[in-house]
Design a protein around this ligand. Sequence first.
Ligand code: HEC
Length: 131
Amino acid sequence: MTHHSVRLVALCAGLVAVSACYAGRVRKPAQVTPVNVALGDSLFNTGACQRCHGKGGVGGQNAPALDGKKWLQLKSGSFDEIVKVISEGVAKEDIKDASHRFAMRARGGPMNLTDAQVEAVAAYVWSLSHK
Ligand code: HEC
């Protein structure tokens, strides 16, 4: 091996290590902007969400914490899954923990969230589990 190719091999090994390092981290979804997170925070913490999930999503009597330590409905806690559950709600028969007695209504029920508001609330909820 020439001097030159040895250096090339070392460079590639370095690059592999760097990309493996990035692969281990969850990339922040494009929708998780400071503006969306702030709007989502105010919607969540003044609207129906906090009545069941607690202020800051810490969990309450009727709904689980949203800190991502353990998901009941979501599989990976991805942004798309969060959007879906907020858009569709959770029917009573789909509730996993029987201590949660009330269905979660679609789009925050009376909040009647628009698509843009669902996205903002989802950005806030995503940020709660990716601190
Ligand atoms: C009437 C109470 C209630 C309200 C209001 C409510 N939720 Fe829920 N939420 C639930 C219940 C119940 C579940 C399912 C828990 C279970 O399966 O035991 C749930 C599940 C979730 C999940 C999935 C959690 C997991 O562990 O997989 C997310 C995210 C969520 N809610 C966000 C919201 C947001 C955002 C709002 C406001 C727009 C909201 N919820 C309003 C009761 C509520």
